[in-house]
Design a protein around this ligand. Structure first.
Ligand SMILES: *Cc1c(COP(=O)(O)O)cnc(C)c1O
Length: 455
């Protein structure tokens, strides 16, 4: 099949701006996680601006940003406080390197992240995959530095997603997404987390027993060869919003301590209020060896990530230069000051949302919406939800029908933007979604289900 490419914009005299942007997008760009032939053959949206929970396209149509711009947005678009923080910093400097130089936004954000996590040191990067990659490399190097080079193995979970670099693909369990690169991945010890029922209440108890049996079996046989265990606490997002029971994390931590294995919490998705608490680890009373933070860290404004760790791990890297104990890893935009100021301002605002109970009431409204969906939708629809992380699975069908994707395209006509994962609609709104916006979302979903013969 030949992809039909519109004429170059400069060759079209009277094309409206929207069509021009779309044509250029189609001619010149390559979108992530996208079959571009399919993309070219379907209606496309070019975003021009945002305000609160809404995005507006180049033709002036408004949409509710129901996946928070891939799970990042916290306070809405064009938040005046966040905008001001960035503009003020722009008046000083947009970027200066973190390789051997420091700056106030980096120092202040690091201090804030340490007080939130109960840890001591922050290593910045610029995306979630890197935050995980860094935790992993720090763990491996730490065990070499303290004379335990045999500790090289990693325990990771079924259905895990930690990013798309080689290290994080190795940790992940994303089947079709990454299978093509199996030949270049390192092997991990794979176990399953226990699973909850759809609203995160009842634990399917056999899954708890099986999970601990598997974890204990690995630790008992290989414990002194394991460097780290990595998990996404509470909700495996990209795995399809799979819910773990509360308290599971504490049990995992206890086993890590017993076997001197590092605990890496990948809170790239669940961190910063997504499920209620600012951080799931702190909420569970767990202090891991590493926190990996990104997505909501900058409220969805700028690419910044952080790997937070302990003084004990940091101290192992100290020595004379010639001992080559330094951590030789860094990214050009590590610690970008614009990212740091917006993160600081976002956390300050998020603490207010939590302290005033505003986030809790938004979550209550979202809970109610899901419970109503449960009573209004047939059992063939599966639902999962904790806090503002959720999934609505369309009734099982043939994967090649691309029903999730087609549903999302139809949903746009009703003013809602979502991205499907197979037949699963992952609904992850900005943390400031209002009850009116939740009602709008519900009507749009039900209307689209009806007009597409699902109801
Ligand atoms: C998104 C995500 C990542 C990867 O972050 P990127 O910024 O896309 O590299 C890692 N872990 C989890 C849990 C995520 O949701």
């Amino acid at each position: 099949m030949k992809v039909n490419i519109d004429p170059a914009p400069e060759n079209r005299v009277d094309a409206p701006l929207g069509a021009e942007v779309d044509a250029l997008d189609l001619r010149r760009t390559w979108h992530p996680f996208t079959q571009m032939r399919e993309y070219a053959s379907l209606p496309r949206v070019q975003i021009e601006s945002g305000q609160g929970c809404w995005l507006t396209d180049v033709n002036g149509k408004r949409y509710l940003d129901a996946n928070a711009s891939i799970w990042t947005n916290v306070h809405g678009h064009q938040d005046p406080d966040l905008n001001t923080a960035i503009i003020d910093q722009l008046g000083r400097v947009a970027h200066s390197t973190y390789l051997g130089l420091g700056h106030e936004p980096g120092a202040r954000l690091a201090d804030k992240l340490c007080s939130l996590t109960g840890l001591d040191r922050v290593f910045y990067s610029d995306n979630g995959s890197n935050a995980v990659e860094i935790a992993l490399k720090l763990s491996f190097q730490y065990f070499q530095l303290i004379g335990q080079p045999k500790r090289r193995r990693v325990i990771a979970f079924s259905n895990a997603y930690h990013g798309d670099t080689f290290g994080t693909m190795s940790l992940g369990d994303c089947g079709a997404f990454h299978a093509r690169f199996d030949a270049w991945k390192f092997s991990v010890e794979r176990i399953s987390a226990p699973v909850c029922d759809e609203f995160g209440g009842e634990v399917i108890s056999s899954s708890m027993v099986e999970s601990f049996a598997a974890l204990d079996a690995v630790l008992d046989s290989l414990g002194d060869e394991v460097a780290a265990i990595i998990l996404e606490p509470w909700v495996q997002g990209a795995g399809g919003m799979l819910l773990q029971p509360r308290g599971y994390l504490r049990e995992v931590q206890a086993r890590c301590r017993k076997h001197s294995v590092h605990l890496i919490l990948d809170e790239v998705f669940v961190g910063f209020g997504r499920c209620g608490p600012l951080l799931v680890g702190s909420e569970e009373g767990v202090t891991p060896d590493f926190y990996c933070l990104a997505k909501g860290l900058t409220a969805g404004y700028l690419p910044l990530a952080a790997t937070v760790t302990s003084e004990a791990i940091y101290a192992a890297f100290l020595g004379e230069f010639g001992e080559f104990k330094a951590f030789f890893h860094g990214h050009t935009f590590t610690g970008n000051p614009l990212g740091c100021v917006v993160a600081l301002k976002s956390i300050e605002k998020l603490e207010v949302l939590i302290a005033t109970g505003q986030l809790a009431s938004t979550i209550t409204a979202f809970d109610t919406f899901y419970r109503e969906l449960r009573t209004e939708l047939p059992e063939t629809f599966k639902l999962r939800q904790r806090g503002l992380a959720s999934a609505l699975d369309l009734p099982a069908g043939d994967a090649n029908q691309r029903r999730g994707m087609h549903f999302c395209i139809a949903l746009r006509e009703n003013g809602v933007l979502l991205r499907a994962l197979g037949d699963s609609l992952l609904i992850v709104p900005p943390l400031v979604i209002s009850s009116d916006e939740i009602s709008f979302l519900k009507s749009a979903l039900l209307e689209t289900l009806r007009s597409n013969a699902y109801l």
